[in-house]
Design a protein around this ligand. Structure first.
Ligand code: ADP
Ligand code: MG
Length: 266
């Protein structure tokens, strides 16, 4: 069975797509087969993998509606072991789904359950809102990675996220589990350091030990259509994503939490 992970935060620009693409690349480097599902109508996952989003005519919209199966809409990418179900602009129409529809937040889960998949990991990139698209991702997933930028009000935003995740856990009757990943972190900035400490004090082991630093190569490689883990594997930002991926694997497999040093060795 695939491990299904949603990458979600209701804020934009916090590193959701970057985390999705780099985690996927790091999983794939460990010979795991990975499917990325883009649930954000901005289609950034395709662009970040060097695909021309404008030339793509079908994807997650058809999958969610049950009009296509995974193999009909999954694209091969330049990265071995990484496939992508892209987002198209039609996906935005789902945001205004009719209130008469029964349980529309369950559609993606149903599509994934119907389709037996050969993937080890399915990563779902969410849009920056709590709407129906993110709800579909959260209902389908077993785990949620919440990328968080070290800024004021981080805790308040996270408490809101935690409440939404708890509501979905009850509604969808599943054991949805979340972890926070501190992103765009600059430890030379006092505010970042304080927020990082505050989030860790509050959410404890629900925070990845690894933080992702501000790394110019991350933005540069995204612009060139290659995740930094593949484009510049030796820079600090890439190595942080590899460490976060090792922690994530451990979390999914349900083993003991690795210490930071063990995560690096592994
Ligand atoms: P989201 O999906 O949450 O909207 P993105 O992953 O698209 O956020 O990131 C927003 C922007 O910040 C992108 O231009 C991306 O390349 C850049 N970015 C993300 N993470 C980092 C980082 N750690 N260091 C530098 N730039 C980053
Ligand atoms: Mg995004």
């Amino acid at each position: 069975m695939s491990a299904i992970i949603a990458v979600m935060n209701h804020k934009g620009g916090v590193g959701k797509t970057t985390t999705t693409l780099n985690m996927a690349s790091a999983f794939a480097a460990g010979a795991k087969s990975v499917l990325i599902i883009d649930m954000d109508p901005q289609s950034n996952a395709a662009t970040g993998l060097g695909l021309d989003a404008k030339s793509i005519s079908k994807g997650s919209y058809e999958l969610v509606l049950g009009d296509a199966k995974i193999p009909d809409v999954a694209l091969e990418t330049d990265l071995p072991n990484v496939s992508l179900i892209p987002a198209t602009f039609q996906l935005a129409a789902l945001s205004s789904v009719s209130p008469d529809e029964e349980d529309p937040e369950f559609w993606l889960r149903e599509s994934l359950q119907e389709d037996a998949t050969e993937y080890d990991y399915i990563l779902i990139d969410c849009p920056p809102s709590f709407g129906i698209l993110s709800l579909n991702a959260l209902v389908a997933a077993q785990k949620v990675i919440v990328p968080v930028q070290s800024e004021s009000f981080a805790i308040a935003g996270l408490q809101q996220m935690e409440k939404s995740i708890n509501d979905i856990r009850l509604e969808a009757e599943h054991d949805l589990d979340f972890r926070i990943l501190m992103t765009l972190s600059d430890q030379n900035q006092k505010l970042h350091k304080l927020v990082n400490q505050e989030v860790r004090a509050h959410f404890k082991e629900q925070v990845f030990e690894t933080s992702i630093p501000v790394e110019p190569k991350i933005a540069e490689s995204a612009f060139l259509g290659r995740p930094v883990v593949v484009h510049s594997p030796n820079v600090r930002g890439a190595q942080s994503y590899v460490r976060a991926c090792a922690e994530c694997m451990q979390w999914i497999e349900g083993g003991e939490r690795l210490s930071h040093q063990q995560a690096i060795v592994n």
